[in-house]
Design a protein around this ligand. Structure first.
Ligand code: 5GP
Ligand code: ZN
Length: 135
């Protein structure tokens, strides 16, 4: 399929990749809600967790690892996980993905989770360098 996340997995499209295991890849979201907002996707193309089975278990270990990585490298105060399945739920890219969103004490609470446009210019590159630097 003509899928942007398949192209990110294969390397055909660039991304700031922060983690990878046998079954999953994680990279920074291009439009972060909070500093370090990342997506974890299965390497296999699965449109969503309802129409395809098994995709949640394929990314589970990577989600766990990425949550810890972001917490420690970015000194986050908390983490939200969010996964949407279907148009009605707000899914926009139909390749299963878990949002892993670091949260900071100065902007607390579930109501402030989705905060588009939060990342100023240059933020993605600086957060990427900060995650790499701890490697
Ligand atoms: P959804 O609404 O489907 O759960 O979320 C899709 C997410 O993918 C959005 O947060 C959006 O910013 C992100 N996204 C869309 N296209 C790209 C891309 O080309 N690269 C990256 N890194 N993230 C993307
Ligand atoms: Zn795909």
């Amino acid at each position: 399929p003509n899928c942007i996340f398949c192209k990110i997995v294969s390397g055909e499209l660039p991304s700031r990749r922060i983690y990878e295991d046998e079954r999953a890849v994680a990279f920074l979201d291009i439009a972060a809600w909070h500093r370090g907002h990342s997506l974890v996707v299965p390497k296999r193309h699965v449109p969503d967790i309802i129409t395809g089975s098994g995709s949640l278990s394929e990314i589970a270990a990577a989600v766990d690892a990425v949550a810890r990585l972001l917490k420690h490298r970015l000194a986050a105060d908390g983490i939200n996980l969010l996964l949407s399945a279907g148009d009605a739920a707000g899914q926009e890219v139909f390749h299963t993905h878990m949002h892993v969103v670091p949260r900071y004490a100065d902007e607390p609470g579930l109501r402030r989770l989705i905060n588009p446009g939060a990342a100023p210019d240059g933020e993605l590159e600086s957060v990427y360098r900060q995650i790499q630097a701890g490697a």
